[in-house]
Design a protein around this ligand. Sequence first.
Ligand SMILES: Nc1nc2c(c(=O)[nH]1)N[C@H]1C(S)=C(S)[C@@H](COP(=O)(O)OP(=O)(O)OC[C@H]3O[C@@H](n4cnc5c(=O)[nH]c(N)nc54)[C@H](O)[C@@H]3O)O[C@H]1N2
Ligand SMILES: Nc1nc2c(c(=O)[nH]1)N[C@H]1C(S)=C(S)[C@@H](COP(=O)(O)OP(=O)(O)OC[C@H]3O[C@@H](n4cnc5c(=O)[nH]c(N)nc54)[C@H](O)[C@@H]3O)O[C@H]1N2
Ligand SMILES: [Mo]
Length: 708
Amino acid sequence: MSKPQGLYPQPDCGVKLSCGVKRALDTVPNLGSNPPGPGQHWVKSTCPLDCFDSCSLRVEVRQGRVERVSGDPEHPLTRGFICSKGRRWRERLYSPQRVLQPLRRFGSTWQPVSWEEALGWVAARLEEILAVSGPLAVLHVAGDGSGGLLHDLDRRFFRALGGLTQPEGSLCWGSGLAAQVYDFGANRAHFWEDLLHARTIVLWGRNPSETNIHLVPFLRQAHTAGARIISVNPQRIRLEGLDALHIQPRPGTDGALALGVIRALARQGGLDEAFIQQHVLGAERVLQEAERHDAAAVERITGVDGAAVEFLATAYGRQRPTATLFGYGMQRYVNGGNTVRAIDALAALSGNVGVAGSGANYADRSWRQVLYPLSGPDIPAQVRTIPFSRLGEGILEQRDPPIRAIFVTRANPVTQVPDTSRVMAAFRKAELSVVIDHFLTDTAQAADLFLPCTTVLEEEDIVISSWNPYGGYVWPAVPPQGGARRELDIFTDLARRMGVLDRFGEADATGWLARALAPAEPYGVTLERFRQEGTVASPLAQPVAWQDGRFATPSGKVELVSVKAKEETGSAWARYSPPAVAGQGQGLVLITPHVAHRLHSQYFNLEPEGTAPRLPHLRLHPHTAARLGLVRGEKVEVSTSQGSLHAFLQLDPSVHPETAVLPEGHWLSSGGGVNLLTPALIPDMGLGTPFYDVRCQVRPAGHGNEKK
Ligand SMILES: Nc1nc2c(c(=O)[nH]1)N[C@H]1C(S)=C(S)[C@@H](COP(=O)(O)OP(=O)(O)OC[C@H]3O[C@@H](n4cnc5c(=O)[nH]c(N)nc54)[C@H](O)[C@@H]3O)O[C@H]1N2
Ligand SMILES: Nc1nc2c(c(=O)[nH]1)N[C@H]1C(S)=C(S)[C@@H](COP(=O)(O)OP(=O)(O)OC[C@H]3O[C@@H](n4cnc5c(=O)[nH]c(N)nc54)[C@H](O)[C@@H]3O)O[C@H]1N2
Ligand SMILES: [Mo]
């Protein structure tokens, strides 16, 4: 057998940093760099999970089986270590829970069926629906379960069929993305290495110890070199070994805080007049808006006192360069887009944009600009959309035609979309529902047909990050397990059966990847280079975003006043308006954040308890629990306007006293399903999803059932 390319060890397999930034963290130990033993080889891969880090993986294969997955020591961010989820790719690959044959539902039971039968049945049902109701009767929901470029072929298939109904917007980061497009014209972030130039680093609503562990060594190194670390977050986040300062606003009020800091900045003489003059449109308008947010107003709205506001103003105005690292928690409210615009304005007015060590770092989407999207936007198709945050209700509301078929790929909408009850009702109403996944998730359990697909360890692909400049190659480590098929093969087969293969296109993995990379070729980015180097930086990403001072907005400046924003949102500049919770009376704000050991609902079933029912853990501040007469470990009922669920109570002084914290991702079928509690709201911009904009009541479980 010839030795495939891409195996370690290989000459010159190290990462080329095309940016010239010095590799700064040479002190991190190189784990897993031993040479492979006899009968064993290493395969280069890239974690496709929807995470800031997009780690470069080394997959050790012995006698055709994956033995170990570890972090690539050569990658500038992974640096030889990975999280528990990355390590458990092996466990996931071989999990006895994995489904390796198509399953069709008959009544309340699943029956294994052949691929021939499964795809034949789907094709026939789809043809009938298309003939009678047209393509808009078919809804395709794609999530971010895998970030591999080839996985975008799922969307292409439905376009090739002539059209579809699809969700619009984002469950994730939509409001902030739109905000930054108004302000800067595009989403660009500094390289992580650039943090070493910062004097202040502000983690604004971001929790790297849970969601972004590869950032932590950079924070540590910057801190050791003298940078001050500030967290703005209702929760006091865990930052071990870092002497961080914590500012804890009430949830959903960061916009008022940022405007208050801008006012204080102006009074302290901290505005960067030269930068404003040259690069900012609308500074006066925002400064005028900020005048409404004096210290007393800010304290009333946010609970943050005047001293902390002054302190933040000094951090941005005098202790600069100041790098702002946005998380997405603070934009999961109806006012989330304006919140991000207000923080962008603070960064721009203090001259913390376009300079080393600074930046309003929200996302970096420069890779997308140099790739051909395999999702096929160039294939003419009829498209109808439903806002993602209102998916359940949106499906139920559709007429002319109603939604008759639902296809789900890379997503678990029953668990992850707001208002689970309505999402479930929508699935019940559809005549045909098909889920492609690895496991029988909550969504799969609501479907008629389950099609098992391969994992990253069984595929060739390329994964690009939207949060750091790198893209990574995925070399197949082992052949597809059992009857699992690559999504590429599933959709090619379906396209052939339905007579649309000419519109879909026919190629193998290599052919499709080459096609995706074609526009990047003039920059020297080719499939061959991905195979050779393993990790490639986006040719458009800059170590210091916007350093040339040419912003991608219509005026070429930072548009704090934006005509487009005015047209699309009603306000040209950032304004503070209260979150929805402000109008919801008493109760605690329910924050449902992400946790380190899961990736949303993924890996929940690989926890030691498997899929056995268990209660989620709700965290309250001890004072809040005392006020409500609740004790640690007690079984409580958490209820909102949408629904209720049971949880065990944990006490945690790092939680804001006006909030309750219940992590997302716990499966509905195992006693969780936090989105039973979340409302389907439309935010101020970008069709994001205001998951945290809801109040809850917490009482002893059984309360109200005691009459009998
Ligand atoms: N291990 C792991 N890593 C992940 C993920 C995962 O599920 N598990 N998910 C990935 C994905 S898809 C995403 S989008 C990112 C998300 O990454 P993050 O943005 O870091 O995480 P979130 O849990 O969405 O929310 C972050 C923080 O927002 C805070 N927050 C809530 N409300 C407010 C507010 O009003 N103001 C402020 N300032 N802060 C607030 C919460 O307390 C929480 O600490 O993480 C990615 N990385
Ligand atoms: N309450 C609350 N809800 C939230 C959030 C929150 O903070 N609070 N966060 C939101 C955010 S930021 C996000 S990004 C969304 C995420 O929402 P989803 O993307 O729906 O979440 P996941 O649980 O990651 O589901 C992905 C599914 O894809 C499957 N999968 C993995 N790889 C593949 C593949 O190659 N092919 C196919 N077909 N399937 C694959 C996985 O097994 C998993 O079942 O959730 C949102 N929901
Ligand atoms: Mo996300």
